[in-house]
Design a protein around this ligand. Structure first.
Ligand SMILES: Cc1cc2nc3c(=O)[nH]c(=O)nc-3n(C[C@H](O)[C@H](O)[C@H](O)COP(=O)(O)O)c2cc1C
Length: 325
């Protein structure tokens, strides 16, 4: 079946499936696997230390795939100067740049006039309108089901997606809570022209930087097993529940501020769990979709399965209607 949408046309990909930025997890291996499977893979720039490392990672992706790929810039609360790295991505003529976590204006100003396609992550209608005004080629809406940083307004993907679709004319990609062909079809029915997934891609063979304990925890997670931390800092993010994240919530009751929370929520604390599997002193971002993850396929198998499910849905939908379902 044909999966062409404005998003596949814009990005030059076969299926409207995008791998979201994944801090300390999305390097060349995962990005290339997703792009080779017909989606858009991405390298997360802010997990790298400098321009040189980014340039090497881009080279590595190019040695593993000739398909389009993206570089993700999460610019909120970053101590690193991101502009130099954005310039590297521009100099390297990467096909796509995605931006999240702050005002995208400086990045969109830098990419203006280049052939790079830009997509901005948003969690509210007004942010999507602003991104369109600033010249973004598409927006990715992230509902509160999603793993990692989410919007402050707790809007779910099902309400946020059609709201944004109706408020901008650029293509919209739905994200947050999507992990299979059914979720993808639901997003398309809401008017999205593509989906972005984060958590689902962690539980794949090619996400080689994720510790086995993290992948196993995603498989075992039920609906009570994610929670939102950092609300007291105005930067909520969804994580897997463990003693460490329970402790963070306990501390947040008193609104202690960034300095007190920093050792608990730092990149090092994140890496202790996701790279080393130590859940007594670290945490891992994860979305509610972990309650529906049951295996660790290769990226190719995952995407083929999603497209198979979605094709079946498209074929049987008319049967469903005949049955008056
Ligand atoms: C472990 C993890 C790390 C993430 N890191 C980033 C990041 O660095 N940049 C970004 O734009 N989004 C990041 N996200 C958000 C994802 O790109 C994506 O928007 C989100 O996971 C979608 O929801 P889902 O987890 O339900 O698929 C992260 C998500 C997870 C689970």
């Amino acid at each position: 079946m044909n999966w062409e949408t404005r998003v596949t046309d814009l990005l030059g990909i076969e299926y409207p499936i995008i791998q979201g930025g994944l801090a300390y997890l999305a390097y060349a291996d995962l990005a290339a696997a997703v792009s080779n499977a017909g989606g858009l893979g991405q390298v997360t720039a802010m997990s790298l230390t400098d321009e040189k490392q980014l340039q090497q990672e881009i080279e590595k992706v190019r040695s593993m795939t000739d398909k389009p790929f993206g570089v993700n810039f999460a610019i909120g609360q970053q101590r690193r100067p991101f502009k130099g790295m954005v310039q590297t991505a521009i100099d390297e003529e990467v096909p796509v740049i995605t931006v999240t976590g702050g005002n995208p204006e400086p990045i969109l100003a830098m990419t203006k006039g280049s052939s790079i396609k830009t997509m901005v992550l948003v969690a509210a209608k007004r942010q999507a309108q602003k991104a369109e005004e600033l010249g973004a080629d598409a927006v990715i809406v992230v509902g509160q089901e999603g793993g990692g940083h989410i919007g402050r307004e707790d809007m779910g993907t099902f309400v946020l997606t059609p709201q944004v679709v109706e408020s901008v004319s650029i293509p919209v990609i739905a994200s947050g809570g999507i992990g299979d062909g059914k979720g993808m079809m639901a997003a398309l029915a809401l008017g999205a022209e593509g989906v972005e997934m984060g958590t689902r891609f962690i539980a794949t063979k090619e996400c080689i930087h994720a510790h086995q304990a993290y992948k196993q925890a995603l498989i075992e997670a039920g609906e009570q097993d994610t929670m939102v931390i950092k609300r007291s800092l105005g930067a909520p993010g969804r994580v897997l529940r463990n003693k460490w994240t329970e402790k963070i919530i306990e501390l947040e009751q008193d609104n202690p501020g960034f300095e007190v929370l920093q050792p608990y929520i730092s990149g090092d604390s994140n890496k202790r769990y996701i790279h080393l599997g130590d859940d007594s002193s670290g945490f891992g971002w994860a979305g509610q979709i972990s309650a529906r993850i049951t295996d660790i396929p290769s990226v190719k198998n995952l995407i083929e399965r999603m497209i198979g499910e979605a094709n079946d849905f498209r074929r049987t939908w008319s049967v469903g209607k005949e049955r008056d379902l």
